[in-house]
Every structure is written in structure tokens, then in C-alpha cells.
Design a protein around this ligand. Structure first.
Ligand code: ASP
Length: 330
């Protein structure tokens, strides 16, 4: 890391900034209580490890289960401003675990950053005996300062592993290593303040296939098109599904992601609801609710509605597409 460079740590809340009544509890705490500057103080050698000036900035203070488009817009605009500055080498974002993969994917789609943007988090509040936040923050800064992190886009560091925004997924509600990279595995591991990159990790990096508008082109959040997710499951009810889609249309929803069974199939009870969505001009994407893999189609089949992403990320890609971004869900 060159002298005179800054690493900016943006705080957004989450369990990493959470406080509990008792040090022995890992549940029942209040997330988003400590400021990001206090999080930095819990890692005494952070400055030394970074080899750059650390600047803490509180961008939001929320439980990420409540993440909203307005906060995403704030984050995207601030990141775009910082990344454009020559004196900023990298950004680290502290975030709640619940929607971390969605924020990471959103930022990847709108920033596609050449400089490292690294999200990190914690599964235990800052007051816990086994608090994992300080270690994760230390690992995230180590990753952000690693020369080989350049060009890998938005990354997530948790429990000693590095994931790309595209692959990362929260897979456990309690375990400290709550994230997984699916079939691709992690891009690397952070060990003693150094990243060991997986041999084939560069191949797993998301490359934007088409030029995209800058994050500064995002309109105010109130005008973002709303996209919702419909889940196909055993016992689906035709009447309930139709009522749900009718209500979505009436509420001005513009797009629908269908999380289908297996290889992207949907319960026959959803047929009328999906016909209604199409007749009312909603953009529809289909994906699989399976935790790994993607829909596989016969050669030559029309795949225009098929998304290769999990439903919550397909939702983001479709929302951006409706705002003029190129497709990012292939
Ligand atoms: N509900 C918390 C959040 O997402 C959970 C966490 O951070 O682990 O903000």
C-alpha cells in the first residue's frame, strides 16, 4: 500500500455494532448501537496492519434486515465519490449479516469497482465473549490492502474467508461461519493478516459484460422500480397466488422473480397468477430456489426469462435492468 493513501471504513450497523445485556449471550441483543469509530478501537493494530490512514465514516446505523433502497443509494453514491479519489485506496463496509449478500451484489452491479470494496460483519454482538467482529474487521482491512484484491470487484470477508459478491450467500442463522460461496468455494482465506488466494479465484470474479451507467446515474430511491419475489412450493394455492399477484400489480410493482422448484419449474397453481403478471406488463425472471447451481436448459431453448442468480440477487439485477442497467444475472 502506497504512503499517503487512505482506507475508508463505512459503518452501516448490524450485529458487528451490536450490544447485549450479558457477555454470554449471542442472541437477544440490540444490533446497530456502536459507531464505526468504536469498532476500529477494538482492533488495536488495525492502523499498523493497514499501512495507510484509516478514516471512519458512519453512513447508516441499522439492522440489515431493514435494509432499504434509500440506504443503498446513499452507499452507492458515497462509494462512487470515494473510489474516484486518488487518495482513497480501498473501502471497507461494516454491515449486518442478514442482507449482506444483497448489498454486496447491488454495489457490484452499480460500481464494478477496480479498487477493493470489502464488506464485513459479525454473527456475535460486540459485547459477546466470542465476539467475531474485531477479527472480521481486521481480516477485511487485510484483504482491502492486498494488491491482489484489485480488480476482483466487491468482496465479502467473514470468518477468515473471502467471497465474491456474486457467490456469497448466508447459509446459517447462528454459526459464526455463516457464509458460503456455493460450488465455487471461497476466493481465498485470511490468515494472520494476509490473504491466501485460491488458485483459480480470479476466474470466479464477476466481470461486467456490457458497459454500465455510473452509480451517480441512479435516480432517487423513491422512483426505483419495485421488484418482488414469488416462491413456488408444495401446497401452493391458485387463489392465494392470483390474489398476491393482483395485489402486487395494484401496488405498482414492475417486476417479479419466481423462485421455482428444482430446475426452475413452478407449481401448476401459479399458472394463472403468472399469466396475470405477464398480461399486466410485469417483467418476469425465473430462478431456482435450490441453494446451489443454476437452471440448466436444453440447447436452443429460450432462456430470456431465466436468471442464474438466487432470487434475492435476481431481484436486484432485474430492478437495475428496469432502470437501464445491462443484464447482470446470466
Ligand atoms: N440482524 C442483524 C443484521 O443483519 C444480524 C447480523 O448482523 O448478524 O443487521
Amino acid at each position: 500500500m502506497e504512503c499517503g493513501k487512505n482506507i475508508v471504513i463505512l459503518g452501516t450497523g448490524g450485529t458487528i455494532a451490536g450490544l447485549a445485556e450479558h457477555a454470554g449471550t449471542g442472541v437477544g441483543y440490540r444490533p446497530a448501537q456502536l459507531g464505526v469509530a468504536e469498532l476500529l478501537q477494538a482492533v488495536p493494530d488495525l492502523q499498523q496492519l493497514a499501512g495507510a490512514a484509516l478514516q471512519a465514516e458512519q453512513l447508516a446505523q441499522l439492522d440489515s434486515k431493514d435494509m432499504d433502497h434509500a440506504t443503498w443509494l446513499l452507499l452507492a453514491r458515497r462509494c462512487a465519490q470515494l473510489l474516484a479519489r486518488d487518495d482513497v485506496a480501498a473501502i471497507v463496509i461494516t454491515h449486518g449479516t442478514d442482507t449482506l449478500e444483497e448489498t454486496a451484489w447491488f454495489l457490484q452491479c452499480v460500481l464494478a469497482p477496480a479498487k477493493p470494496v470489502v464488506l464485513t460483519c459479525a454473527m456475535r454482538p460486540a459485547t459477546a465473549i466470542s465476539a467475531d467482529g474485531p477479527g472480521n474487521l481486521r481480516d477485511a482491512v487485510a484483504c482491502a490492502t492486498d494488491a491482489a484484491a484489485q480488480g476482483r470487484g466487491v468482496l465479502v470477508v467473514a470468518a477468515g474467508r473471502v467471497f465474491s459478491a456474486r457467490q456469497v450467500c448466508k447459509v446459517h442463522p447462528y454459526r459464526v461461519d455463516a457464509f458460503d460461496g456455493g460450488e465455487a468455494g471461497p476466493l481465498g482465506w485470511v490468515e494472520e493478516g494476509r490473504v491466501r488466494w485460491a488458485a483459480a479465484s480470479m476466474a470466479a470474479v464477476q466481470v461486467q459484460s456490457a458497459p454500465q451507467p455510473p452509480a451517480t446515474a441512479l435516480p432517487e430511491a423513491e422512483s426505483w422500480p419495485q421488484v418482488e419475489v414469488l416462491l413456488s412450493h408444495a401446497g401452493s394455492s391458485a387463489a392465494a397466488a392470483l390474489a398476491q399477484v393482483q395485489a402486487l400489480c395494484a401496488a405498482g410493482v414492475r417486476g417479479l422473480v419466481v423462485a421455482g422448484t428444482g430446475n426452475g419449474t413452478t407449481h401448476k397453481a401459479l399458472d394463472a397468477a403468472l399469466d396475470h403478471a405477464q398480461a399486466h406488463g410485469l417483467a418476469v425472471r425465473c430462478t431456482t430456489r435450490c441453494a446451489q447451481g443454476r437452471i440448466v436448459q436444453a440447447q436452443g431453448a429460450d432462456d430470456s426469462r431465466v436468471s442464474a442468480l438466487p432470487a434475492v440477487k435476481a431481484r436486484i439485477s432485474l430492478m437495475l435492468e428496469l432502470m437501464g442497467w445491462p443484464r447482470t444475472d446470466r
